[in-house]
Design a binder for this molecule. Structure first.
Ligand code: PNS
Length: 183
């Protein structure tokens, strides 16, 4: 096990099974792993930072050397404030490589002492991204197996039009019944 703190930064909007797979792998290698959600006021996220924080905390509750936090500004500055020695990032396919290489080299330029470590999530998650999960859920498609159950449930409540319609129908029928009882 590598001594010291590693930082796994990201958007996690929403957390996917790929993210969790990487967190579990990272937790086996690093003594302490801080998973940090970027607070980015420019983006309009699907889940608020507080919702993502809550989901990630629930999902990693069993991993004693994993802590969930949020940050804003530069990743390297936040890493320094933690005394982290490594940034952990996942690479799923070759298409991730260019973006990740640019980020890793920029971070190295900003903070030469901080290393970026790449890990590969399980191949069954190699096509899973938060963006695609959001897109599928938004159109009412199934995301079972791609995200943890708690995330699936929250995505449905937030995005799935069929789920929303069902919810309204249930509410309507309850209101009608209540009115009948009063009459
Ligand atoms: O999950 P994501 O969206 O791929 O994560 C990207 C993230 C948050 C790691 C990246 O955007 C980031 O580090 N942002 C903080 C600002 C920063 O440090 N930028 C310079 C790094 S190149």
């Amino acid at each position: 096990m590598h001594k010291g703190i590693a930082l796994y930064p990201g958007s996690f909007d929403p957390p996917t099974n790929g993210h969790l797979d990487l967190i579990e792998r990272g937790a086996k290698i690093f003594e302490d792993l801080v998973v940090a959600i970027l607070r980015n006021s420019e983006k309009a996220p699907t889940f608020s930072v507080a919702e993502r924080l809550e989901m990630l905390r629930e999902l990693t509750a069993d991993l004693k050397n994993v802590r969930i936090d949020t940050f804003e500004g530069l990743t390297v500055e936040y890493a320094k404030s933690l005394d982290a020695t490594c940034i952990l990032r996942g690479i799923r396919a070759i298409s991730d490589y260019e973006y990740e290489l640019q980020m890793a080299l920029m971070n190295r330029k900003l903070e030469p002492g901080l290393e970026t470590v790449f890990m590969m999530p399980a191949d069954k998650y190699s096509y899973v991204s938060s963006r695609l999960v959001r897109e599928v859920a938004q159109a009412g498609g199934p995301v079972k197996g791609l995200v943890p159950e708690v995330v699936e449930q929250k995505l449905r409540q937030k995005l799935d039009p069929a789920y929303k319609m069902r919810d309204t129908r249930v509410l309507d029928s309850l209101t009608r019944r209540a009115k009948k009882r009063k009459a």
